[in-house]
Every structure is written in C-alpha cells, then in structure tokens.
Design a protein around this ligand. Structure first.
Ligand code: IMP
Length: 423
C-alpha cells in the first residue's frame, strides 16, 4: 500500500504551487485537487508559454498522470468550461485525463451575486474576496443546501436549482443588491451541458483503490495555510480547509494514508486581499519586490501586497500541516538586494515571542528582524545546486535551521526548467 503525498502553500497563497506540481507530476500517477475553486490561479510555464489553471489540477499537461477534481473543490461550470476549452485548443484531451467527484459542489450564478452583495455590504471591512462565489457556495455546503456535480445527472436537477435560487433571491433582497440573473443563467446551463461530457465518479473510491494498488498520488492544495478557514487570519480567509487535513476531507484520504507533506513558500511573503500581514512593506522595497516578482494576482490582476519572510508564520504553517519537506520559490526575485530582512520573532504584549499568536493585527504584533546578506547575482540561468551563490546557500541553511525542515527545491524563475534540486 502506498501513501498519498500532499503539496500545499504555507503562506497567503500564490506561493507557486502550480509550477511545482507541474515539475513533480512525472513522478506521480494521479494529481488530485482537494479544495478551493476558481479563486485559485495556478500558473505554470514551459516552452515559453504561460498557463493559468483555476480548477483543473496542475498535472494536466503531462501525458501520463490522471487528474482528479476532488469532493472538496467547488466548481463554477462557466469558468471550468473556459479552462477545458483552452486546454483542448492546446491539444490536451481533457476527458481522457480528468475525472470529477460527484460530491464536488457547484457554484451557481447566484453564489457569485451573493459574494458581491456581501462584500459590498461589508464596506471597509471587506475580505477582499476574488468574488468567484466561493464563500456562499461553501456556506450552502455546510448549511446542507448545496447542489453537487452528482445532482446534474438527476431528473430533478432543474427543480433543485430553482429551489436553491429562490433561497438566494431572498438573501439578495436582504442585501438590496441589484442584479440581472437572466443574463447569467444561459451561459451557466450551457456550461453544465459541457460539464456533463466529462467523467463524474466517486473519486474517494478511485483514490483509495489507487492507494491500495500502490499508485503514486499527489494531492494539490490551493490558496495557503494562512488563508485556512480555521487556522488562517480569520475572518480574512477563504472558506475551505487549505491545510493538510483538507486533503483528507477533500479527497477521502485517511490521515494514516498521508505520506510526504510538501510545503511551498516564497523567499519573501505576499498577500492579496484584506487582512493583517505583519511583515508587509509599504515602501519602495515592497514595490521593488512587487515589480521584480511580477506580484499581480493571476485570477484578479490585483497588485499583491509584499513583505519579508515571516518565520513565526512559516513555523506555524509547518506545524499545522506536518510539513516534511520545503520548497522555496522565487529566490530570483531577491537577486538584487544588498541585504535581506527576515522576521524571526514578534513583539507581542511587551514580550519577544517566536510563535504566531491569536491575533496578528498590527496593534498586537510588531515584527523583529534579522538582517541576512543578499546574493546580488542573477540566478535565473543557473542549472545546478553547485552553481548557487554562497549567500543564497547561507539563506537556505539559515531558514532550515530556524524551521527545522529541509528545503529540497529552490525555484529560480517561472519556467519548469528554472528549478534547482537540493538533494
Ligand atoms: P475568496 O476565497 O475568493 O472568498 O477570497 C478570500 C480571501 O482569500 C481574499 O483575501 C482573497 O484575495 C484570498 N484568496 C483566495 N484565493 C486565493 C488564491 O488562490 N491566492 C491568493 N489569495 C487568495
């Protein structure tokens, strides 16, 4: 019996999970997304072309792996159809390489409207949601009202849809929000018809049978640990469990069937949307990271907030997830910095602490930094561990010592090939 590896983000999303899943896919038989939906934007680049995936797992471009959209994922048929069309245009036979859980929930047009209405009503306290309907869809899931992929095949699908939409209309009336649903519904139903052409299965059986047969499985997370509904900076979080346990819920993998937990983090930190961010830089250094790293949202295009690496937050994420192996992304972005700051502690209620407290609002924590020497070298064309500058090796060792987990890959550019294996 094999075990499933889990790959997830340790910060506020956008760590570069898509690239690494793509790099690792040749080692796996199955790549399975376990939570989130089209709020995600997983970017991969090869042969000079950039691809952004929102719902479809990042293993889709490789010839052999089967891709699974698990029960924990929420699907917007319209966005899904666009992804499938784009992949088909590139010659990918999506139906052959993708299966979808019957238990995955559907994002309705009204979920998106409620998302927009709810955000607008929050005013300056808005979450900064991607407005893809994620929160309202998970609310209907836990409220036991949701529509699932398996319902599409039922004779009463339209009736179930109408019943849910009636509830949503009442909610929208409460928000006093203007909308035109009849403009959105035709595309949604057309996309449902397209979705029907794909393969719906009980993915939990498939995954567990595959584990028994010794197949190699990689569970792909979306967003990041600090956006987790339970352990993130609530309420400025997404609505799913982005952490390792989410792979158990979102795919039906028992905890004792989880193998390696691969934690992805950037050499610095970013966040998009609202919420506390202790190491955020509001100055030209933050702007330089944003420009060097092209830190603009792949789903919404919004500029990402940038700051230094936050070790207490990273240690927290490592602990919650049981991370066994780290991969550090975007080291090249820090290439032209004389010095690099690393937050090793926080000042919290007059004390220096090295853990993440309940609140990381600016009023509760002040980061304490150590300065590390930068490497001042263009990394993007390097091809081996031996070629890495000493200062970067020192940075890697420094982080490994602080967090007590080895870094097995360092990414030095967006392309598949710009990947340095440390082992
Ligand atoms: P929602 O999941 O779209 O409701 O967004 C909730 C919060 O999570 C917002 O701050 C978003 O910017 C953030 N978020 C959601 N998905 C992602 C992602 O894939 N990467 C980075 N941030 C995300």
């Amino acid at each position: 019996m094999s075990k499933a590896d889990v790959l997830l983000g340790l910060q506020w999303g956008d760590e570069g999970k898509g690239k690494i899943v793509d790099v690792l896919t040749p080692k796996y038989d199955i790549i399975a997304r376990f939570q989130g939906g089209p709020n995600a934007g997983h970017t991969l680049e090869f042969n000079g072309i950039k691809h952004v995936l929102h719902t479809i797992p990042s293993g889709i471009f490789h010839p052999t792996a089967l891709n699974v959209v698990g029960n924990g994922v929420v699907i917007d048929p319209v966005i899904f159809k666009k992804e499938v069309d784009a992949l088909t245009a590139l010659g990918v036979d999506v139906n052959k390489k993708l299966v979808i859980s019957k238990r995955a929930h559907l994002i309705l047009p009204t979920h998106r409207l409620i998302d927009a209405a709810s955000e607008a009503a929050k005013g300056k306290n808005k979450i900064g949601s991607t407005l893809k309907g994620i929160g309202p869809t998970y609310m209907d899931k836990t409220g036991r009202n949701g529509l699932r992929v398996g319902d599409i095949e039922g004779a009463d699908f339209k009736e179930k849809y109408n019943n849910l939409v009636e509830k949503h209309k009442q909610l929208l009336a409460f928000y006093n929000f203007e909308y035109n649903l009849s403009e959105l519904e035709p595309a949604w139903f057309a996309a449902i018809d397209e979705l029907k052409k794909l393969t719906f299965i009980d993915t939990e059986h498939y995954i567990n049978d595959s584990i028994k047969k010794g197949k190699k499985i990689l569970a792909e997370g979306a967003q990041g640990s600090l956006l987790d509904i339970d352990f993130g900076s609530y309420p400025f979080v997404t609505s799913s469990n982005t952490i390792c346990a989410g792979a158990c819920n979102g795919l039906g993998i028992a905890p004792n069937r989880v193998g390696n937990v691969i934690g992805i983090f950037k050499a610095y930190c970013t966040r998009v949307g609202s919420g506390p961010f202790p190491t955020e830089l509001h100055d030209e250094v933050g702007e330089k990271i944003r420009q060097n790293g092209r830190e603009f949202g792949s789903t919404t295009g919004r500029p990402r907030r940038c700051g230094w690496l936050d070790i207490p937050a990273l240690k927290y994420a490592i602990e919650i997830n049981g991370v066994t192996e780290l991969m550090m992304m975007k080291a090249d972005v820090l290439s032209d910095f004389e010095n690099i700051e690393v937050c090793t502690h926080y000042m919290h209620k007059g004390q220096k602490i090295d853990y993440l407290p309940y609140s990381i609002e600016p009023s509760d924590v002040t980061p304490v930094y150590e300065t590390v020497k930068g490497w001042n070298t263009d990394l993007t064309k390097l091809t081996s561990k031996e070629a890495l500058p000493k200062e970067l090796i020192d940075y890697i060792k420094y982080i490994e010592k602080l967090v007590e987990v080895p870094i097995s890959i360092v990414s030095i550019g967006p392309d598949r090939t710009q990947t340095i294996f440390m082992k």
